[in-house]
Unconditional design. Sequence first.
Length: 226
Amino acid sequence: MKIKIGVIGASGRMGQEIQTVISRNEQLENFCAVDRNEEPGAKASEVDVWIDFSSPEALSKNLQWAITNQKAFVCGTTGFSQEHYRLLEKAAEKIPVLWASNMSMGVAVLNEALKAFSAIADFDFQIEEIHHNKKKDRPSGTAITLKQNLEKVLNKSVPETLAIRGGGVFGVHKIFAMSDEEVLTFEHTALNRTVFAKGAVKAATWLVEQKPGLYQIRDVLFGKRN
């Protein structure tokens, strides 16, 4: 039986890309596609898992669809306030919820790789990110997550992220570790938008089998931390 996926923000760039990825997988069905201001109607009760790439303003309403029908909810929307994160946490008490600032599997691995920097915590660190000129949030959600994880590893603060906007760059994130004698750079480059769509769909097919709780993209690859 196919997994029925609901896509919120269907007419947006990510929404369209996600639907393309779904259409190429015989085990999945693009069952319900809605735009930001649309309602799913009766179909909401039949969706197995929602993927939301709409807007922070729509989060509360979108979560309610999933909670009412006890369905899993994947969210890749960024630009959230603390109140939005609290909404995700509250929803996760009732349904499986996965939020990620970046759905790339490569970025998930990069965040895990940051743990190695604990061995050189006395180095100087700097994060740099580059995105297309249409991206509204600065720094990006991905850069914020990288900074938070890096600071936990180092047990110290890291300077504000250098955020660059220009052209049509999908996303470049760099972490520099610098001493007087050497420089070590971890870098991830997204070559297209498909990488995020594939990650979101992979997360959705994984999440539909999980118990209620708040999950991260790393859990899809490495399992949920206890």
